[in-house]
Ligand binder design. Structure first.
Ligand SMILES: C[S@@+](CC[C@H](N)C(=O)[O-])C[C@H]1O[C@@H](n2cnc3c(N)ncnc32)[C@H](O)[C@@H]1O
Length: 437
């Protein structure tokens, strides 16, 4: 008798999450984009914060993912020759810096290699990378601190907690002095319950504007009292509440120098480049690359206050600038008038391709987008036959790589490149690339 075949389908056993040993030993092979060491354990990638290439470490797995694990450094068994003592006491806890344990020269090499990878992915490995850097300390002319539960400081590493800040070696001296002299008054003003963001901005003349954005209403009388207690040359610029009125106190404009003897006037809250010395060098390089001719039209996308285009106009070009920040556009137009320059600025959302305009007679373009890059704009430029020169200033190698690929499809070639260390001791990479067709 034929036996019936019984289909004994058994559901596959659920695979259990792999049990990881808590503590592992591994060799670090490279640095990830966010500055963590990358090693392998049982063929799986492990990111270890604080570990450097060539080091052998003991690490504790803290998070398990499908394709990689994350781990905390427990002990260094072999130490890299590039290891450094951090320059800040709270480096291990603070979320502001990621590379203080790496010698500064090696940080520059790491950042340069990130740009080189972008270039080689875009068939431009033969293009050499110029380097722009300045002091690796006291370089920040502005800082945005968080305030919660009575604590004023930077966000902690991998957490929403706030680390109380006394001094930061990356801040310009005037910011550290202001922090020391006004912290208690600001804490008294905000109390224990409020959550707020407190920004300090130092201008080229050493004045420091304090801008507070806080939960809830703004008590005008208490703002006046706080303003009176701030020690000059610092001053309370404004206090902005999430509900109700703003206190616009001493909001006279600040100034910082860009290139070509142009001083940008700005308000606390406007976008300014964090590192004025590095910024000046980048603007000078971009001016050299674009070689503005008298009367020729150059468009500046994501122009902010006109950091690139006012110096270009001063060099003789006619410029048009575009940015989403309405206040900055108004300010750029006013400064063009004050300097008697041929520059006009327009408000536009440059992520919306229907809002992007490229003038018909525009051969040269500069763009300086935020980290999200400029995909819609690059697609427009690619299709615009008149454009022959592009300077792309980027703060994110990943979106730069994506956008360069779009431009390459439209026959643009990368001819120059520079890595600018705008943010020493952090993993952020600023770069500029010149393309031509
Ligand atoms: C990296 S900053 C560069 C500003 C200026 N080029 C400079 O050097 O000071 C990026 C600029 O992009 C602007 N921005 C951000 N999102 C935008 C958008 N969707 N459309 C237009 N501009 C935008 C910001 O207002 C900011 O001014």
């Amino acid at each position: 008798m034929a036996k019936h075949r019984i289909n004994t389908f058994k559901p596959a056993k659920k695979t259990r999450p792999q049990v990881h040993p808590q503590t592992i030993e591994l060799t670090i092979e490279s640095l990830a984009d966010d500055g963590r060491g990358v090693g392998r354990h049982q063929n799986k990638v492990v990111f270890v914060s604080g570990a450097l290439p060539t080091e052998v470490v003991m690490a504790k797995i803290t998070r398990v993912h499908k394709r990689f694990d994350e781990a905390e450094l427990l002990e260094l068994l072999e130490t890299s020759a590039d290891r450094n003592d951090p320059i800040c006491e709270i480096y291990e806890q603070c979320g502001g810096c990621q590379l203080q344990h790496l010698q500064y020269a090696a940080q520059l090499k790491f950042k340069r290699s990130k740009l080189e990878k972008v270039l080689s992915a875009n068939s431009a490995s033969a293009v050499s990378v110029a380097e722009i850097s300045a002091d690796d300390r006291a370089y920040r002319h502005r800082a945005r601190l968080a305030y919660s539960d009575g604590v004023l400081g930077f966000k902690a590493r991998a957490s929403h907690n706030i680390i109380a800040l006394e001094q930061c070696p990356l801040l310009e001296d005037s910011l550290n002095t202001t922090l020391a002299l006004s912290k208690t008054a600001i804490q008294g003003f905000l109390g224990d319950k409020a959550r707020a963001e407190v920004s300090f901005t130092a201008d080229r003349d050493g004045r420091v504007a304090i801008l507070i954005r806080k939960d809830g209403y703004v008590d005008i009388k208490r703002c006046e009292e706080l303003s009176a207690s701030i020690v000059a040359p610092a001053f309370l610029h404004s206090v902005i509440g999430s509900k109700g009125p703003e206190w616009l106190g001493a909001n006279s404009p600040l100034q910082y120098n860009t290139a070509n003897s142009v001083a940008l006037r700005y308000q606390a809250g406007d976008f300014t480049q964090v590192n004025a010395r590095v910024n000046q060098q980048i603007v000078e390089l971009c001016l050299k690359w674009l070689a503005p001719q008298a009367g020729e039209l150059i468009s500046d996308y994501f122009c902010g206050l006109g950091n690139f285009s006012l110096p270009l106009a001063k060099a003789g070009a006619e410029v048009m600038g575009f940015d989403a920040g309405e206040k900055m556009i108004n300010s750029a137009n006013q400064q063009a008038l004050d300097y008697g320059l041929s520059a006009s600025y327009f408000c536009a959302d440059l992520f919306d391709d229907t809002a992007i305009s490229i003038p018909a007679n525009c051969r040269k373009v500069i763009l300086d987008p935020p980290r999200a890059g400029a995909k819609a704009l690059c697609e427009k430029i690619a299709a615009h036959k008149a454009v022959t020169h592009i300077v792309y200033v980027s703060c994110d190698p990943a979106t730069l790589a994506r956008d360069l690929a779009i431009l390459r499809q439209a026959k643009f070639k990368i001819v120059e490149a520079a890595m600018a260390d705008m943010f020493p001791h952090t993993y952020h990479v600023e770069s500029a690339v010149l393309l031509q067709r």
